[in-house]
Design a binder for this molecule. Sequence first.
Ligand code: HEC
Length: 103
Amino acid sequence: MRIRDLALTLALAGAGIGSAVAGQQAAAPPPPGPGLDLIKERCGFCHSTAQVTSVRKTPAAWAATVQSMIDRGAELEPEEQKVMTDYLAANLAGGDASAPAKN
Ligand code: HEC
């Protein structure tokens, strides 16, 4: 698990460089950015930010999840939806085909 240790070490060394290892993080906290700000602002209404950032999904599954949360009441403009979906796909990617959110 050397790659995971490396990612963790980098994350601990400085949260500011977190995006340098985007997509390679295992349990490391998600990097800061507009996408994370949006998650804190718009998704914390119903559940904690950690509940979102502890999940790993494929880009397609993240897109489906964000759309499903909007259907539930999350308030996101189309442009914000794109920013968030891109952020999730880039930083909280899962290698396996996690199922999209159910309705
Ligand atoms: C109106 C309330 C509400 C808002 C706002 C909301 N969610 Fe959810 N979310 C839920 C509920 C209820 C569940 C649990 C039910 C389920 O898992 O289907 C859930 C579960 C989840 C899960 C875990 C289940 C899965 O599909 O992996 C994720 C991830 C998630 N939400 C992401 C988000 C994101 C990202 C946002 C912001 C765009 C968001 N949620 C905003 C209500 C909400």
